[in-house]
Design a protein around this ligand. Structure first.
Ligand SMILES: Cc1cc2nc3c(=O)[nH]c(=O)nc-3n(C[C@H](O)[C@H](O)[C@H](O)COP(=O)(O)OP(=O)(O)OC[C@H]3O[C@@H](n4cnc5c(N)ncnc54)[C@H](O)[C@@H]3O)c2cc1C
Length: 456
């Protein structure tokens, strides 16, 4: 009889897992996904209400590192012709610094004349002389202050970390958030030496498609990121229950039971892709006690405002900009979507922008009404980019409790949790953005990895 597998959540993690499990074991497994909402995709959501392509979650993936798994998935699904790569100009990224937009230097020549480099020369020159850290984990702020100094940490690192985690570098764990950078210190004693001396990633058996795209800055799809979950659903032979929020999980011997409001589902295995704070609340008490520490992990809400102008309003081309700490702004940054992926534009000269607000630094913004938030965003957009024109389409959205904050000690907590579950409940499996990385690439990589380890 086919092994029965229940998957909680039809985001990219759940769908990728189901796709590869069916691909590997075909009719020897039966897979049912239980999804609380009325749609698949989870945080991946492309809004086409104004026909333009507006991302209300991830707008792309970097193909490097774990991103190879994403390129392989695109190839496996046969949708390479739908993939697009970011425009060359998207390599140009900006910071809003001292009331103007400044390009991050891409060469030594640019660095010498950039106002962003004011006061950082000493911190850069001294970095190779700094000692290695002794602690097994430290906050991002502590690591970069130790290696460089307060100016680089505040001006660049805090802004970049906000761009990825919408988080606070005084709390976020270096080991969990930037393990590759931490390894440069471990292996070479210096990040600067490490960048020059670390060998290039060696990967064999790469197809010509992967070789061609593995160094792209960012990839997406002509019709937006939602292409990926939609294709996974189309190409996977599975049973899907929408509006099926799991409210309780029980374990009876080797059988696992998931209960929704109206139904009870039995299986041999249960794969959870849902956030830890939701999973913990529906597990039996004994099992939820394994989550004690990880349960306290904060999840940040991101407020986004998508804008479409049917004309060109950008001062120049590029990826967009981040706002460093200390600039007294409600914005985390603005992505210039129409410049990053011009293939997605439908009107001649169309401008698409996404304003990002909220995050760990500005929980107070959640108290404001949508009207107040929109007014504030337009006011700052005018100040920072000089855009005074009104947009042809404005849509405010909120990704609630959407980004887990991997604070100090996160990796150890995940390790302990995984060990306890492996030894006492081998029929329960945990994947998704709660554990080993918050990006789409991480979710795809770990979902496929779980399939590779699966035994019938
Ligand atoms: C604003 C924003 C921007 C982002 N930008 C990027 C980016 O540019 N690049 C990038 O790589 N990543 C980005 N990310 C991260 C990326 O979106 C996530 O890594 C990824 O989408 C997570 O997928 P998942 O399947 O693990 O979880 P989810 O997408 O959260 O899916 C989990 C699913 O489980 C369902 N569920 C929850 N509880 C239950 C229950 N009790 N029963 C049944 N179903 C349940 C939910 O409805 C949901 O559909 C961004 C995230 C946000 C919020």
């Amino acid at each position: 009889m086919a092994q029965k597998v229940l998957v909680l959540g039809a985001g990219i993690s759940g769908l990728t897992f189901a796709y590869y499990l069916k691909k590997r074991f075909a009719s020897n497994v039966s897979v049912r996904i239980l999804e609380a909402s009325e749609r698949v995709g989870g945080l991946i959501r492309t809004n086409r209400n104004f026909s333009s392509c507006l991302e209300e979650g991830p707008r792309g993936c970097r193909p490097k590192g774990k991103g190879l798994a994403t390129l392989r998935l695109i190839e496996d699904l046969g949708i390479t012709d739908q993939m697009i790569v970011a425009d060359e100009s998207a390599k140009k990224r900006f910071l809003f610094y001292e009331n103007s937009l400044e390009a991050l230097p891409q060469s030594l020549k640019e660095a010498i004349s950039s106002p962003l480099m004011k006061g950082v020369a000493k911190e850069l020159i001294c970095e190779p002389l700094r000692r290695r850290g002794k602690d097994s984990d430290e906050t991002i702020a502590s690591f970069f202050k130790r290696r460089f100094g307060p100016t680089i940490t505040k001006r660049f690192i805090a802004a970049v970390s906000r761009g990825i985690y919408a988080g606070d570098i005084e709390q976020l764990s270096m080991r969990s958030c930037f393990p590759q950078i931490l390894n440069l210190e471990k292996s070479y004693g210096s990040l600067i030496w490490g960048m020059f001396r670390s060998p290039k990633e060696k990967t064999t058996d790469l197809s010509s498609f992967i070789k061609k795209h593995k160094n792209a800055a960012l990839i997406s799809f002509k019709e937006g990121m939602e292409t990926l979950p939609q294709e996974l659903l189309k190409q996977t032979d599975l049973d899907l229950s929408l509006k099926a929020k799991v409210e309780a999980i029980e374990f009876h011997g080797s059988t696992v039971i998931a209960k929704t409001k109206d139904s009870t589902w039995e299986a041999d295995h249960l794969v959870s892709t849902i956030p830890t704070y939701q999973l913990e609340s529906i597990l039996p008490k004994k099992v939820s006690s394994f989550f004690v520490k990880i349960k306290a992990m904060p999840w940040t809400t991101v407020i986004g405002i998508s804008l479409v102008y049917k004309k060109a309003v950008l001062p120049q081309k590029g990826f967009g900009y981040l706002v460093p700490e200390g600039e007294n702004s409600a914005l985390m940054g603005v992505v210039w979507d129409s410049s990053v992926f011009p293939e997605q534009n439908i009107y001649p000269d169309e401008t698409r922008l996404t304003i990002m607000m909220g995050g760990e630094h500005r929980p107070d913004l959640l108290e404001k009404t949508d009207k107040e938030l929109t007014q504030l965003a337009f006011h700052e957009l005018n100040q920072q980019m000089g855009i005074k024109e009104s947009a042809d389409y404005v849509h405010l959205w909120k990704a609630r409790h959407a980004i887990p904050q991997y604070n100090l000690g996160h990796s150890d907590e995940v390790k302990q949790l995984s060990e306890k579950i492996r030894s006492s409940l081998p029929q329960l499996h945990l994947i998704g953005m709660s554990y080993h990385g918050v990006a789409v690439n991480d979710c795809i990589f770990h979902a496929k990895d779980l399939v590779n380890q699966w035994n019938l």
